[in-house]
Design a protein around this ligand. Structure first.
Ligand SMILES: [Fe+2]
Length: 238
């Protein structure tokens, strides 16, 4: 295992991943404050509901993937399939069912295998505005997640997001009770990055150089919010 890169190793490198203690970044206080406000169990959701999944043998089998190197070919196909299955029903309605009326989501929370995605734009808007203020340009949301203890996100590449740099703010109620892991595209090394409150992970989504990553929570509630950030982010952070 390699140790994670620190902020001191950033300038001039072509690395695809950086993890930074954001509590030490001047001007970042407002972003962390907004992020911390989202560090709670989503309203209307009871953790018992999630805990039931943990007893399911199929859940355990799926989760076990995160303890092995990714089967990149099969997992890339799965990521593509999931992406298009999510998008195509909406597209069909738009094209063929007239007049088109957007369907109201019943809940702002999407239950996924191992985590929950909060899909409400309103939920993340104050944080997005703070991030945009810092970087001085549009920063679209790419994720707003809660991983309960025992949660996970299987290996994937984010290849269907807009390509470029993404930043995830991370908060946890048990420091190092969860971790982000990735395969370094340059070296093939499998790297684990323990989660701590107030850290940010920044990585590049590049279709020519897949950034395989996954999340594992052993015993922490883990919250993360992700944004597409400008390509020149490094000038603003360092
Ligand atoms: Fe991801």
């Amino acid at each position: 295992m390699e140790t994670q890169k620190s902020i001191g190793s950033v300038p001039g490198t072509t690395a695809s991943f950086y993890t930074i203690d954001a509590t030490r970044i001047p001007g970042f206080e407002g972003i962390l404050e907004q992020s911390r406000l989202l560090s709670r169990i989503p309203e209307g959701y009871h953790p018992d509901h999630f805990h039931k999944q943990l007893d399911d043998p199929e859940y355990a089998r799926n989760r076990d993937e995160v303890y092995h190197l990714p089967d990149t070919r099969a997992m890339l196909e799965r990521e593509a399939r999931e992406h298009f299955e999510n998008r195509l029903p909406g597209l069909k309605k738009t094209l063929f069912n007239k007049p088109f009326k957007p369907q109201q989501r019943k809940s702002p929370i999407k239950e996924c295998d191992g985590y929950l995605a909060i899909v409400s734009e309103k939920h993340i808007a104050p944080l997005r505005q703070a991030v945009e203020g810092f970087f001085g340009g549009p920063c679209t949301r790419v994720g707003d997640f809660w991983y309960p203890a025992g949660g996970y996100r299987s290996w994937h590449t984010n290849n269907y997001d807009v390509h470029g740099w993404e930043m995830f703010l991370v908060d946890v109620d048990v420091p190092q009770g969860s971790y982000f892991q990735y395969i370094d595209p340059a070296t093939g090394a499998w790297v684990k990055v323990p989660d701590k409150p107030g850290m940010i992970n920044i990585f590049k989504v590049d279709p020519k150089n897949h950034f395989w990553h996954s999340i594992v929570s052993e015993n922490a509630n883990r919250w993360s919010q992700g944004f597409r950030i400008p390509d020149n982010w490094i000038e603003r952070l360092l």
